[in-house]
Design a protein around this ligand. Structure first.
Ligand SMILES: Nc1ncnc2c1ncn2[C@@H]1O[C@H](COP(=O)(O)OP(=O)(O)OP(=O)(O)O)[C@@H](O)[C@H]1O
Length: 448
């Protein structure tokens, strides 16, 4: 489906021809807190002020400033930024937990801002459930009943909701703990109960508001992997807020990087790390191990038919990371062939791979990239860098990019690169070389 078909209003620098139907369509969204907030978005003089100037002049804070994007079906859309950048406000505007000041929000083409109270309740209960950092479990209820609670408020009968809850409890790895009370669980287990509760409601979209930031690092990693697994298995659309760059890179199919209420860049992890929109983003991603985020597409060159070495190397998939390809090349001693459905798209050699690691851009790859047919890869096991403190950056230039990865279909792998020949390839393991030459809390909201 084309975005234009469901777009109430288009804004500048929009996405064109998305590869999957948009679930959420957000255009020119503003949320301004403070007195006479509604005058701010339409006033060119006020909108040109810095956040401090705006606050001093009007007493207002523009938490979300003229933001436009689509969330496509089946993708994990991460909203990232430092504290106070506007992430929570933006995501709460999607279901009007916070009322936008201006702009438009649609879900499956339906205008969210025109919804009445009942429709909104239905939206929050059935279509877009929120999983919060503070999971708000009911202390006197068992795990099973906590999970079933979301269904209870949906009006589902007892037998059915307990059956469904038991199914989801198993899915999130809590089997055997159904009868415990939340107080008898670890933080990570409690978070799983929260996640199960949101999942049991079977919403079209799961909205996560920094759900794991209170967890210790190991449990946090477990939960991130759980999200990746659920996404892979179910292909559910997710919007995930985080201030943690490594979490964003690990989970996101696309990341919207926010600063002072604006989206300064929207793109895949690879696009954000490989082609930062401005100095602010560049500084933000400076410490990311590029080889764990960038794919071989960045390093490819055409296969040289006169080179004996080019046809002899191992095969890697187009979405294999540079790190994986380095290992494959080092092991074989030959450039690796980038294979997609039996077709050789190009080769990557040591020099090009190291160029990507060093941030020295090689010339653009061959124009035959079949990005639409690239296997999905939701990046589990990627880099876990720390987020450098944001530094002053010049103009906040909005830059949006298309998803280059297909949303994962149920039952397909979203993370393991597969070789172009369709054989599974564990991280860093390439297929052997071929024969030479063969190329506000509103009632009904599920608080997890
Ligand atoms: N109810 C409110 N009234 C006034 N200002 C607000 C309100 N809520 C948020 N803000 C301001 O809006 C801006 C964005 O806040 P928001 O909570 O969306 O940021 P965030 O990126 O989610 O931050 P954090 O990561 O710390 O949760 C901040 O400057 C904040 O102080």
């Amino acid at each position: 489906m084309n975005a234009a078909a469901t777009t109430p209003r288009t804004g500048p620098a929009q996405e064109s021809a998305p590869s999957a139907a948009p679930v959420f369509t957000v255009r020119n969204l503003w949320k301004v807190f403070g007195p006479k907030a509604e005058r701010v978005p339409g006033d060119a003089e006020l909108t040109s002020l810095t956040p401090t100037e705006l606050r001093e002049r009007t007493g207002c804070t523009a938490a979300v400033r003229d933001v436009s994007f689509d969330v496509h079906k089946g993708e994990v859309f991460v909203v990232m930024g430092l504290s106070g950048s506007g992430k929570s406000t933006l995501v709460r505007c999607l279901t009007r937990l916070i009322e936008p000041t201006s702009g438009s929000v649609a879900i499956d083409g339906e205008d969210v801002l025109a919804m009445d109270k009942n429709r909104l309740r239905e939206l929050r209960r059935h279509r877009a459930s929120m999983v919060f950092q503070h999971f708000g479990l009911l202390p006197h209820r068992s795990v099973l009943d906590n999970v079933a609670y979301g269904l209870e408020i949906q009006g589902v009968g007892k037998a059915e909701r307990r059956e469904k809850a038991a199914e989801v409890v198993t899915k999130v790895g809590l089997e055997g703990l159904e009868a415990r009370r939340p107080g008898q669980l670890s933080g990570g287990q409690q978070q799983r109960v929260g996640l199960a509760r949101a999942l049991a409601a079977d919403p079209e979209v799961l909205l996560f508001d920094e759900p794991f930031s209170a967890l210790d690092p190991l449990i946090r990693r477990d939960m991130q992997e759980e999200v990746v697994r659920l996404h892979r298995e179910e292909g559910r659309t997710m919007v995930f807020i985080t201030h943690d760059l490594s979490e964003a890179l690990k989970l996101g199919d696309r990341i919207a990087l926010m600063r002072d209420g604006r989206v300064v860049q929207l793109g895949t992890p690879e696009e954000i790390v490989g082609s930062p929109a401005d100095d602010y983003v560049r500084d933000f991603v400076r410490d990311v191990p590029r080889e764990q985020v960038m794919t071989v597409r960045r390093a490819m060159r055409p296969l040289d038919p006169d080179s004996a070495a080019d046809g002899r190397g191992p095969a890697v998939a187009p979405d294999a990371t540079v790190s994986e390809a380095i290992e494959a090349v080092a092991r074989s001693g030959f450039p690796a062939r980038v294979m997609d459905e039996g077709r050789c798209l190009g080769v990557v050699d040591q020099e090009r791979l190291l160029g990507v690691v060093a941030g020295v851009e090689p010339p653009p790859p061959a124009p035959t990239l079949p990005s639409a047919s690239a296997p999905p890869s939701a990046s589990a096991g990627r880099a876990a860098p720390t987020v450098p403190a944001g530094s002053a950056a010049p103009s906040a230039q909005v830059r949006q990019a298309e998803p280059t990865r297909k949303p994962p279909a149920a039952g397909t792998s979203a993370q393991s690169p597969t070789t172009g020949e369709g054989r599974p390839s564990a991280a860093g393991k390439a297929t052997p070389p071929p024969a030479a030459g063969k190329a506000e809390d509103i009632p009904g909201e599920v608080t997890a």
